[in-house]
Structures are given as structure tokens and as C-alpha cells.
Design a protein around this ligand. Sequence first.
Ligand code: ATR
Length: 266
Amino acid sequence: MDVFGLVGNPVGHSLSPPMHEAAYDELAIDARYVTFEPAPDELEAAIRGADALGVCGLNVTIPFKQDALEVVAADELARRIGAVNTIDFSGDEPTGHNTDAVGALRALRDHDVTLEGADAVVVGAGGAGRAIAFGLADADASVTIANRTPSKAHALAEEVPGAVGQGLEGLEDLLADADVLVNATSVGMEEDATPVPAEALHGELAVLDAVYRPLETRLLREAASVGATTVDGAWMLLYQGVEALELWTDRDAPVDAMNEALRSRL
Ligand code: ATR
């Protein structure tokens, strides 16, 4: 039996096990997906141990995504983002990847959003904002990063090709000409709050919210009410998992089965 898993702390409420195990069932792969919670200073021992035990692949989440970069041979995108969320053990040494960025792009493309040449605004400059901003720039969108703490937006914009950074002021003017808006902050998570004033939203926007609890955040509700295309955070979660599974198995992921397993638990 193949073993895959998730390393993080805490991981008790993770939706990755049912999502991945639905895929194993659908593809008739004899495998399990297990969660692991190493102590903060035991990440390297955990990864070396997993490798020695024949674990096939690991996802990595908070608080280990940045530290994992130092333990495995990370690919170029993961190094630029500064975080590894997927480890593959199939080669001579463990390799590190970041499927969060591509996951966000696939979530948008799945909703018929064109990214090439799009004007995209990413609100938030933390870990999620970093991954999404690099992904959008790689997809040839023009990226503006708007963050509560402007200095963090400026610092991230320096690293992302062609990006511009700013604070949260002036979102209305900025969004008037934008095609894509992404909320990469935690605002809206289990609260009826939004980082973007409703007046700034319009029907030509595609809005992706990285928050998936609740599925319909205030931002998405207000975006839908003006006719914008809305993409909830479960799509991002789904496609980062789809990308990881495809990397590990070299097979097309059964997206519908994974999506159903995920959404039935949200
Ligand atoms: P993650 O890794 O999930 O992105 P993070 O690194 O803690 O989490 O980043 C959280 C992001 O949400 C940051 O961009 C943060 O803005 P600051 O850099 O100014 O802290 C943003 N954020 C959190 N709470 C916010 C709020 N109430 N209003 C606006 N932005 C907020």
C-alpha cells in the first residue's frame, strides 16, 4: 500500500485526507493519506524518516511550509514563493514543490477566467498572497498587490515580475479597470467581514476568495450581487490537491470525485 500524508501543526481538521482518498478510490490506487503533527523542531527528522519508510508523498502546511524549503531540493517556483507545500519522494532525493500558486490559477481557469493579459489585484501579502501573486505573474497577468501594511505589499511587489504594491486605500479606482480580484487575507473567515468595499465591485470582475469557511464569504456574496464571476476558496483547496496528486501519481486526477468529497464536508 502507498502512503501519502500531510505534515503540519495542527492538522486535525484537514480536509485533505477525504479529498485524496476519494481520488485513490476512483483511480483504484491502493493507498492511504495520513496526517502527521511533528514537534516544531522535528520537521527535518520527520521528512527524512518518511523518506526512509517509503512514504510516497507529503503535503506540508502551517507552520512548516517555509522551513521545508531548507530540507528538500525545492523547484524554482517553490524557491521564488519561499514555501514548499508538496514533497515528492519518487526520485533519488525528496523534491519540494508549491501547488498553491498553480491551484489558484486552475481554480480561476476552471471558471473560464482568462489570466493572460488580465489586470489582477491581489489583496494580502502573506503566504497565500505571495503564492497567488507569483502564479498570476507567471500566467502573464499584470499584478497589483494591495495590503493593509503597505510596506509588505511593496516588498512583495519588488520580487514579483511587473507587480506594483500599495495599501488598501483607493481600491475603488484600482478595481474599476481590473479583471481579476483575489482575497488572500484571512478577512471573512468565520466572520461577516470583507477587505474590499462593496462599491468597488462590478460585473466585469472575476473574484476568487482564498477563504473557504464559509464557502460564500461576504466578499463573494457582494460580488455575486453585482454580477461578478465568483470562485470560492474550496476551488483553490481542491486544485492544490489535484496538482499534488497528479505530481505524485503521474495520472489525471479525478477532479469531480475530489471536489465532491471536499464540498460534502464544508
Ligand atoms: P497567510 O499565510 O494565510 O496568507 P498571513 O501570512 O498571516 O497568512 O497573512 C495574512 C494576510 O492577511 C496579510 O496580508 C494581512 O495583512 P498585514 O500584512 O497588514 O498584516 C492580512 N490581514 C489580516 N487581517 C486583516 C484585516 N483585518 N484587514 C486587512 N488585512 C488583513
